[in-house]
Design a protein around this ligand. Structure first.
Ligand SMILES: Nc1ncnc2c1ncn2[C@@H]1O[C@H](COP(=O)(O)OP(=O)(O)OP(=O)(O)O)[C@@H](O)[C@H]1O
Ligand SMILES: [Mg+2]
Length: 318
């Protein structure tokens, strides 16, 4: 494996707020490697430390401790900014500028001289703002501003793209456009690091995901790795004997039964004492109607909300 694009070792950020300088550990001992060409998604609830991590990566704030290597440099080097495209969580733009003018401004900042008008125009089209190129930003909707922000982050053809909630404020079509844009970036060899709350989008896009909570990176891995332990099969049956059927099964290890209307849902954890065939045979033998058999819990959402669940009931723990 070559040199990673991002390497964080024990990175921490502590803020001291208010008159009493109350300590807030926004990011704690975060270690992470992001390899060239990856799409990495950072997910976590509000206040988890996503934006703080991104601000350290983009050189906006200095870590309190730990080390960071970015784009082959130790710490945040000035040379990094040329190779970095960044979409902040909240962007502030001059409201009196038009879409073309603001992108022209950023293109100049990135040192684009040749074909600047053409490049600006292409990016405006690419983010779906062709109709609004001469409109002032003060008249833009939230989603339109987000699109301008993305164009601004990408216009300099950066090696590493860091996006703080790129899909926020966008309608479903807009979110799909952003997903397409991120995939295109990857195809053209860029590395993408982004934070998000929109779990299905993270699921569809990312090669690897990190879950951050209260400043700590809880898990990092490919979706397959992270979700492997979470998969279970649900068998939903209905019929007169459904209750008795559920009761008989509920004593088996790894089997959870819940009543749903006039039926029961039987959930089999990996390695459960009963397998799908046994449960189906039993159900059919009792004359029950099998409504569905499906894999469940194998999504990011279940991982995301995992710690928020009530402690497992004795039945769950069997
Ligand atoms: N400049 C600051 N001064 C003091 N505390 C801060 C500062 N910036 C962030 N924090 C605190 O650090 C913690 C992490 O905040 P951060 O903005 O990184 O979370 P986040 O994961 O991006 O949340 P969200 O999903 O709401 O954007 C929060 O408790 C926040 O109040
Ligand atoms: Mg944030």
């Amino acid at each position: 494996m070559g040199e990673p694009i991002i390497e964080l070792i024990g990175l921490s950020k502590t803020f001291h707020v208010g008159f009493r300088r109350k300590r807030v550990d926004a990011v704690r001992e975060l270690s992470l490697r992001v390899e060239p060409g990856e799409i990495f998604g950072l997910i976590g609830p509000n206040g988890a430390g996503k934006t703080t991590t991104i601000k350290m990566l983009t050189g906006l704030i200095r870590p309190s401790s730990g080390t960071m290597r970015l784009l082959g440099h130790d710490g945040f080097d000035r040379q990094c900014s040329r190779k970095l495209g960044y979409l902040p969580e909240i962007s502030y733009y001059y409201e009196s500028l038009t879409a073309s003018e603001i992108l022209d401004f950023y293109a100049k900042l990135y040192g684009i001289r040749e074909n600047r008008d053409k490049i600006v125009s292409q990016w405006i089209e690419r983010v779906g703002l062709g109709h609004a190129r001469h409109k002032r930003l003060g008249q833009f909707s939230k989603g339109m501003l987000q699109r301008i922000g993305l164009a601004q982050a990408l216009i300099g053809d950066p090696e590493l793209v860091i996006l703080d909630e790129p899909q926020s404020g966008l309608d479903p079509l807009g979110r799909r456009d952003v997903a397409d844009l991120i995939r295109e970036c990857q195809k053209s060899g860029k590395t993408i690091f982004f934070s998000s709350h929109i779990l299905p989008d993270v699921e569809r896009l990312c090669d690897r995901v990190g879950v951050i909570r209260q400043g700590r990176m809880e898990v990092v891995g490919t979706l397959r790795e992270l979700l492997a332990g979470d998969r279970h099969v649900e068998i939903m049956v209905r019929g007169e004997q459904a209750g008795a059927f559920g009761q008989a099964l509920s004593s088996h290890k790894g089997v959870t039964v819940s009543v749903r209307g006039d039926g029961v849902a039987v959930s089999l954890a990996p390695g459960a004492a009963q397998d799908v065939n046994q449960v189906l045979q039993e159900a059919i033998g009792r004359g029950l109607h099998v409504e569905h058999v499906m894999e469940r819990g194998s999504d990011l959402e279940s991982l995301f909300v995992k710690d928020k669940k009530e402690p497992a009931s004795p039945q769950d723990g069997n």
